[in-house]
Ligand binder design. Structure first.
Ligand code: AHR
Length: 503
């Protein structure tokens, strides 16, 4: 029996109030040569789950469940000392090298051709980041030729000799990685980076105007150069840029769960600031060109920050274990993606397997972490256009964010199928939250796909011994009367309602 003392939250839905199209590329992910992400993660020829190419078929299946639509590679910090030529050609001739970002030994068994094969297998779009730190623009041009040119030139013919007759058709190119960060090899100031990235983008686009470029935005909102960095690099490279990259890792170092459960507020401030910088630059330049946002690294990450592999391959680096409160922050993050889908067109969860990831492997088993499940629910139900909801919610008190709404919500409507989906997080650690959803100008026939992730313990985790501690369950009690739906959200919960709208 649930006793409800909290005032109800209300949501007004009108399917004419459209924020924007939900880009399929919001369901992206990221695979870096870091720890056990590539080796023992997506590529593990010794695993009983390996296919003929050495790819983990259990990881591939889970990626299909997640609806992974675009995959960023090969880093991350790794790319800043990477030579892409080490990773192509006959395996027996590929060199082993010291890799400086995570102090690993990189034997290069997996390189760009294997990455493209892996993307085709998922299937998903490839997104390549390039080394603008220790490599040069000539090598970048050769990389684009290797990937995308038809037969008849040196690097394209080398790709063909390596077994790939058809061009890889890589369309998304990240111009370096986190070059504002003191940890980065090749760290520089915004003006120097802006000029270099602009020239790199020219090369990429000169090869083919269909190629899209992603400029490094600030690596984190707590850097002293944020957000001036973003305005400066946009100002220099505006016309050559298609996307500005955002990175953000949510933390709960203080073990302050009420504040952490309201982390969506910090994320909203972050994207609103970046969207405003883009808008301001466009206005200043009186430009017809548009720059969108690629949030190409996002996740909760603070429990395991191990960053030194002691010159080994496939060390256990940053194998974060995720709990229920993390899953609820991930759900709010995706709600925000929907609310800002007017400017956000690409998002890549960092990362896909083993390293700060929703999936963990042993040679023979695959664990789905708590954060896997909200991601799957969004992949299944967030379709069409995001709607601008009218939300009223009771609040609760937090140390970091003051009074925070108990309810975090988003909704999508798909005109092709008439499907309405509503995504609801109750941030309360203790109280059920009654919610009343009123649909203006439309009625819900029934909500027929309803799922809920909930629990009493915010620190509850999934493990190989108990893989089903945090998984979605059906939502039983939804009262539906014409245009109004009523339900009670349990504390610490994420709920998805999906149904056909009529009228
Ligand atoms: O995803 C792990 C690391 O986090 C990436 O290599 C880097 O870009 C970020 O700092």
């Amino acid at each position: 029996m649930i006793f409800v003392t909290t005032h109800p939250a209300t949501i007004g839905i009108n399917r004419e109030r459209i924020i924007g199209e939900v880009s399929p590329m919001l369901f992206g992910s990221f695979a870096e040569h870091m720890g056990r992400c590539i080796y023992q993660g997506i590529y593990d020829p010794d695993s009983p789950h390996a296919n003929a190419q050495g790819f983990r078929t259990d990881v591939l299946s889970a990626m299909r469940e997640l609806g992974v639509s675009i995959l960023r590679y090969p880093g991350g910090n790794f790319v800043c000392t990477y030579d892409w030529k080490d990773g192509v050609g006959p395996r027996s001739k590929r060199p082993s090298r010291r890799e400086l970002a995570w102090r690993q030994i990189e034997h290069n068994d997996f390189g760009i051709d294997e990455f493209i094969d892996f993307c085709r297998e998922v299937p998903c779009e490839p997104m390549l980041s390039v080394n603008l730190s220790t490599d040069n623009l000539r090598s970048l041009s050769e990389l684009v030729e290797y990937c995308n040119a038809p037969a008849g030139t040196h690097w394209a013919d080398y790709r063909i000799a390596n077994g790939h007759r058809e061009p890889h058709e890589v369309r998304n190119w990240c111009l370096g990685n986190e070059v504002d960060g003191p940890w980065q090899i090749g760290q520089t100031d915004a003006i120097t980076y802006g000029h270099l990235a602009r020239e790199a983008a020219k090369i990429i686009k000169r090869h083919d105007a269909k190629n899209q470029t992603i400029l490094c935005g600030s690596s984190a909102p707590d850097l002293p150069t944020y957000p001036a960095w973003d305005s400066t690099v946009l100002d220099i490279a505006w016309e050559q840029t298609d996307f500005l990259a955002m990175h953000h890792y949510a933390t709960n170092w203080e073990n302050d769960t009420p504040s952490f459960l309201a982390y969506g507020i910090a994320l909203q401030q972050h994207i609103d600031t970046i969207a405003a910088s883009i808008r301001q630059t466009k206005t200043k330049k009186q430009s017809k060109h548009d720059v969108k946002i690629a949030w190409d690294e996002w996740n909760v990450w603070y429990k395991d920050r191990s960053s030194h592999a002691n010159w080994t391959t496939a060390a256990r680096l940053c194998e974060e274990t995720y709990n229920l409160e993390d899953a609820l922050v991930i759900a709010q993050w995706f709600n925000l993606f929907l609310r800002r889908c007017d400017v956000l067109k690409i998002a890549c969860l960092a990362q896909i397997v083993n390293v700060i990831a929703p999936l963990k492997t042993t040679p023979s088993e695959l664990l789905k972490e708590t954060i896997f499940y909200p991601l799957v629910l969004f992949a299944q139900h967030a379709r069409g256009q995001a709607l601008d909801l009218q939300i009223q919610s009771p609040t609760y008190s937090t140390i970091k964010f003051g009074d925070a709404p108990l309810l975090d919500a988003a909704a999508t409507f798909d005109v092709a199928t008439n499907k309405l989906a509503v995504f609801l997080v109750n941030r309360s650690m203790s109280d059920p939250l009654p919610v009343q959803i009123s649909c203006e100008g439309t009625a819900i026939e029934k909500f027929d796909h309803n799922s809920q992730i909930a629990g009493r313990d915010p620190k509850a985790i999934n493990s190989l011994a108990h893989p089903d501690t945090i998984i979605p369950h059906n939502v039983a009690a939804i009262m539906l009367e014409g245009r109004v739906a009523k339900l009670v959200l349990p504390p610490l919960s994420f709920t998805v309602l999906s149904g056909i709208a009529k009228g």
